[in-house]
Design a binder for this molecule. Structure first.
Ligand code: DON
Length: 310
């Protein structure tokens, strides 16, 4: 591809990144609060890039499935916005929270309205809305991901879903608390089930780069049909930039300069609008729940290529 007349060799860039960040692989700690994730080998590293036409480049463990976790929050938001009007934004805000992803602290003094759709409270509201709109939020999500990635074998991981459920007191607290304000309309146990199944989906970097391409294609799906308006695609990218990595979003924007969304499985998806999507995976997390090697790899990508939104 061309950037201001300069061709970018994605495969060469990926190999350079893998070499540059090698000393960081194994840094950080895999998510410990979900036992099924704590046992993943922290030395895994993979990265993929899909251009807008669907050609995928990869390095390391780029085809190895991992637990997608909070990256799914981007897709549920897209599906809810695609099926709904603007009213979702009356139930969830668009401001960075400055707090950890699973924090309860702002909800009471902000009347049960979460700061943004990417912290857990906001994602629960989005899944609640998707459940109302579709009747089966997690299956709807899985089907969408299969179609966009072209991988019919994508599946939930029952062990991870059950593990999340068994350690889900904090998410249950968030959901019940918002229900007390009328901001959750489905039964909380039903909502939590869909949320935990949603988080448990396993995908590789290759799958995720393909599935998130609608964000680089200004709302167009893999088959050329329109999921989102150009404006809605811009809105989601903007919220990813400002809120996608929680209380590290400022640092992520400073270092990487791209819309991004992380998950505690160690994956991060990032978007270069109009050009490509990226996904990096390495399970060692920093204190804010973002992959240490993953953030460093994306930082390196924008430095090497100059491809950022700034
Ligand atoms: O809600 C949870 O605790 C997880 N299933 C998802 C959290 C997550 O991935 C946060 N991301 N960094």
């Amino acid at each position: 591809m061309e950037l201001q007349g300069i061709a970018v060799d994605y495969q060469a860039v990926l190999e350079q990144i893998a070499a540059d960040i090698a000393p960081l692989i194994g840094s950080g700690t895999p998510a410990e609060y979900i036992p099924a994730l704590a046992s993943v080998d922290p030395r895994r590293f993979g990265m993929a890039i899909a251009d807008v036409s669907g050609k995928v480049y990869g390095v390391g463990d780029w085809q190895h499935p991992f637990s997608v976790q909070s990256i799914t929050k981007v897709f549920t938001l897209a599906l809810a916005l695609a099926a709904d009007d603007e009213s979702l934004w009356e139930r969830v805000g668009r401001e960075p929270s400055g707090n950890p992803f699973n924090s309860l602290v702002q909800l009471e003094y902000e009347n049960g309205i979460p700061r943004n759709p990417f912290i857990n409270a906001g994602a629960l509201v989005v899944t609640d809305r998707l459940q109302t709109l579709t009747g089966d939020a997690s299956s709807e999500l899985l089907e969408f991901l299969r179609q966009e990635s072209g991988n019919p074998d994508l599946a939930f991981d029952p062990e991870v879903a059950e593990s999340e459920s068994a350690h889900g007191d904090r998410n249950a607290a968030l959901a019940h608390f918002m229900a007390s304000y009328g901001n959750i309309v489905n039964p909380v146990p039903t909502l939590l089930d869909h949320y935990f199944w949603q988080c448990s989906i396993e995908m590789s970097c290759a799958d995720l780069t393909l599935a998130s391409r609608f964000l680089a294609r200004h709302g167009l799906r893999a088959d050329g049909s329109r999921l989102l308006t150009r404006s809605e695609a811009k809105q989601i990218n903007a919220v990813m930039l400002t809120c996608g990595t929680y209380d590290a979003a400022g640092d992520f924007a400073y270092r990487v300069g791209l819309p991004g969304k992380s998950g505690v499985g160690g994956g991060i998806v990032a978007v270069v609008p109009g050009r490509c999507t990226l996904c990096v995976w390495s399970p060692g997390l920093d204190a804010r729940g973002n992959s240490v090697a993953g953030v460093a790899a994306l930082d390196r990508f924008t430095t090497l290529t100059g491809l950022s939104v700034f």
